[in-house]
Design a protein around this ligand. Structure first.
Ligand SMILES: *[C@@H]1O[C@H](CO)[C@@H](O)[C@H](O)[C@H]1NC(C)=O
Ligand SMILES: *[C@@H]1O[C@H](CO)[C@@H](O)[C@H](O)[C@H]1NC(C)=O
Ligand SMILES: *[C@@H]1O[C@H](CO)[C@@H](O)[C@H](O)[C@H]1NC(C)=O
Ligand SMILES: *[C@@H]1O[C@H](CO)[C@@H](O)[C@H](O)[C@H]1NC(C)=O
Ligand SMILES: *[C@@H]1O[C@H](CO)[C@@H](O)[C@H](O)[C@H]1NC(C)=O
Length: 426
């Protein structure tokens, strides 16, 4: 491909507002149609298990600076050791993100490690993580990015102990819960792509847009808050889709308005309101008993470089070097909104709740931005080029992450954040 920079620049807004939502919609539709059956477990494991409990404990002790370290400020460095788990061995990966099993031929993307500038991020330690959430309930709430991070965590933890699936809702695996019996640790996922109450678009059912109610938290997760100790919100991409926004019984406006006679108000302000509503709900429902940690994973940029249904939609095989990639406007603003709202709600929760609720952003936007090589691309489908077939159009996923893949590092950071919380609270 010979990139014509002028042409590409002009295409960017169009891509963002038209193609990306379409692409995401396709990904969600394919989510709905693919049951999460276990992959056929072949024994061909191409990566090595590279960490043990005692190793990373030592690393953490040698670098006590992690307590004050900004993990988000760093770069990807090459790493000869492979990931902790293999896509063919982990049984809980959604098919579309199991790049190994789907025949992705290159493996270079597996050999990078996130290196913060002023400290080190210890490799993930499954046993230590399970100890931290022993007798606790960690819940992921959000869209398919929340699910992607959850499934990464399940694979990482399964190295120490296989989880028991104890609950799933009838269809689409949107609400699931696992228990790690040895430590009585519970991990769950709640589907809630807006965090607030909403009705999802559904083309086959004739709903071309989402409908959001910005002042009301989604009760599907809010109703269960009392039993949850650590809640991690991860949402944002659905805000790019066509939507009508309601607040206190009034229609505020719409985004990507189609043919409604309503005012286009974009999605940034409404995303801000939704994050505020979700965090406020956690504070509001907090009782005197127990302490809670509330995390918000910041926006994860997509890496479509051309048309989303052309084979090379996210063709890179290596991370961007430091300074090589500037963050786009939408990515930067979605990140900033989450960070600002977490800071504001954390301050409010402190003054109201006497420090019972801690809130923090899991700031992954820069880490994610630098990893154009970590997406399934055409390997969201099994063996898309089997038999030497050259197809003109294939669906690409340049939004979610391969498992194993870069998103495993989000959970390395999550471990440190939970560790810091537990030290602070006892
Ligand atoms: C899974 O593996 C088993 C045993 O190796 C084999 O009999 C079966 O056909 C495989 N199923 C699929 C869907 O590949
Ligand atoms: C941490 O680093 C990131 C990336 O450089 C930066 O955007 C952010 O502002 C930093 N956070 C703090 C609290 O300094
Ligand atoms: C098991 O963990 C749950 C939290 O997920 C807690 O409520 C319960 O008390 C724990 N059970 C025991 C026996 O400690
Ligand atoms: C669109 O809304 C404006 C202002 O509310 C109104 O004046 C106009 O008649 C509406 N147009 C249509 C086609 O409904
Ligand atoms: C906590 O508050 C909820 C209402 O928000 C109430 O239903 C519940 O019983 C309370 N639990 C405790 C332990 O006070």
């Amino acid at each position: 491909m010979k990139p014509n920079h002028f042409h590409i620049k002009k295409l960017i807004p169009w891509l963002l507002y038209i193609l990306l939502p379409l692409a995401i919609l396709h990904l969600y539709l394919s989510t709905l149609s693919s049951p999460a059956t276990s992959p056929n477990d072949t024994a061909s494991t191409s990566v090595s298990v590279s960490s043990s409990s005692s190793d990373s404990q030592t690393v953490a002790e040698q670098h006590p600076s992690w307590t004050s370290c900004n993990f988000s400020d760093g770069q990807w460095v090459s790493h000869s050791g492979g990931p902790l788990y293999s896509g063919t061995a982990c049984k809980t990966i959604k098919k579309g993100q199991n790049c190994m099993e789907h025949g992705r031929p290159d493996a270079g993307y597996l050999h990078w490690r996130w290196q913060p500038r002023r400290c080190s991020l210890p490799p993930f330690d499954p046993a230590a993580f399970l100890d931290l959430i022993a007798d606790k309930h960690l819940a992921f709430v959000g869209d398919s990015m929340a699910r992607n991070q959850l499934e990464s965590l399940l694979c990482l933890l399964a190295v120490a102990e296989e989880p028991d699936l104890v609950y799933r809702d009838g269809e689409e695996n949107k609400f699931r819960r696992w228990v790690f019996r040895r430590r009585n640790a519970t991990v769950s996922i709640f589907w809630s792509p807006f965090l607030v109450k909403g009705v999802e678009k559904d083309e086959p059912a004739g709903r071309k847009h989402n409908t959001l109610f910005l002042e009301t938290a989604d009760d599907r997760w809010a109703a269960d808050l009392e039993g949850i100790d650590v809640v991690l919100f991860s949402a944002g991409h659905w805000y790019l889709l066509p939507a009508i926004y309601h607040e206190h019984g009034v229609v505020l406006g719409c985004h990507a308005c189609l043919d409604f006679n309503l005012t286009e108000i974009g999605f940034f302000d409404v995303f801000r309101k939704a994050v505020r509503t979700a965090l406020g709900e956690v504070s509001r429902r907090q009782n005197s008993s127990g302490e809670k940690l509330v995390l918000v994973t910041t926006f994860s940029p997509a890496h479509f470089e051309g048309e989303w249904d052309k084979a090379g939609a996210c063709p890179r095989k290596e991370p961007y070097r430091e300074g090589e990639k500037e963050m786009g406007y939408t990515d930067a603003l979605m990140r900033r909104i989450a960070v600002e709202e977490v800071a504001a709600s954390a301050a409010a929760a402190d003054s109201r709740g006497g420090g019972k609720v801690k809130m923090e952003a899991l700031d992954v936007t820069e880490m994610a931005l630098l990893r154009p090589d970590g997406h399934p691309g055409p390997y969201m489908h099994p063996h898309p080029f089997a038999g030497g077939e050259v197809r003109d159009r294939v669906q690409n996923d340049c939004v979610h992450w391969c498992l194993p893949g870069p998103i495993d590092s989000w959970n390395e950071m999550l471990l440190q954040v939970i560790r810091r919380w537990k030290k602070g609270s006892h």
